[in-house]
Design a protein around this ligand. Structure first.
Ligand SMILES: C[S@@+](CC[C@H](N)C(=O)[O-])C[C@H]1O[C@@H](n2cnc3c(N)ncnc32)[C@H](O)[C@@H]1O
Length: 250
């Protein structure tokens, strides 16, 4: 949004945000988010990327600025490029060598993830790689079923205590991971593989922290609250174009 537009709309925005204070956060939050999305998309510009260069994208970057990466996050989040990942990206086909996304896809529902993974596939160059890190709910389930209390105490120390909370019970960890922080989808390797396959990706593999096929994509955060509960996956865009099926006489 340019400066003239911001100045011209300042009184309207002031009135809008003042009125919103009358509503509880659960109502005002989504209204602000959807308004920012609509205005942001209305004024969005196409991201120009020179396909002849090596290009990488950090999807859901928040404030992270990785060298040689385009940082993409929600409008007015301060990222290099503003976008709503629930909608098609204004980016050309076949421009990125790699896409990195950490702890972001779980903020979208399954339908929205299917959409953004297709967009990632479209914008990757043939042979390009996507590296995905999301919370792995199967880790929580396995530790729950095997009654591994020490894992849950570690989780409490790393995740809840810094937020000034204590764990009510082990089930709270599963509730936290699926219900709080705007999380909208739960993941394990099996589920992620289905979504990546449907988006057209090949060579889908489970990897681990700091391990992968492209050194430039190894941007994983090393904090314990990430490594103890994350799923690390990589997948490629095939270099072979999908076959076009010709109909008789076509
Ligand atoms: C938990 S943060 C992860 C930030 C960073 N990648 C990291 O690993 O710390 C999730 C990010 O997803 C972004 N996000 C969530 N929903 C989004 C949407 N619909 N469009 C764009 N960004 C979105 C948020 O703005 C936020 O920066």
């Amino acid at each position: 949004m340019n400066r003239v537009f911001r100045l011209a709309t300042a009184p309207i925005r002031f009135l809008f945000f003042t009125l919103l204070r009358a509503f509880p956060e659960s109502v005002a939050g989504p209204i602000v988010f959807e308004t920012k999305s609509s205005v942001g998309r209305l004024f969005a510009r196409r991201l120009r990327v020179n396909p002849r260069l090596k290009n990488y994208m950090n999807l859901g970057s928040a404030n992270d600025r990785l060298d040689g990466y385009v940082a993409v996050d929600f409008f007015s989040s301060g990222a290099g490029y503003g976008a709503d990942l629930r909608h098609p990206l204004l980016i050309d086909d076949d421009v990125f060598d790699g896409i990195f996304t950490e702890h972001t896809l779980e903020h979208l529902n399954y339908k929205e993830v299917a959409g953004i993974l297709s967009e990632c596939h479209r914008t990757l160059k043939p042979g390009g790689t996507i590296r995905i890190i999301v919370p792995d709910l199967s880790i929580f389930v396995e530790n729950y079923v095997s009654d591994n209390l020490s894992w849950f105490h570690d989780w409490e120390r790393e995740v809840l205590k810094p937020r000034g909370r204590s764990m009510i019970s082990r089930m709270e960890a599963l509730s936290f991971e699926t219900q709080e922080h705007g999380h909208r989808s739960a993941w394990d390797f099996e589920t992620m593989k289905v979504f990546l396959t449907r988006a057209g990706f090949t060579k889908i593999c489970r990897c681990s922290f700091g391990e992968g096929s492209d050194a430039r994509l190894l941007q994983d955060k090393d904090a314990v609250d990430r490594t103890m509960l994350s799923l690390y996956v990589e997948a490629s865009k095939s270099t072979i174009a999908p076959e076009i099926t010709r109909t008789a006489g076509g």
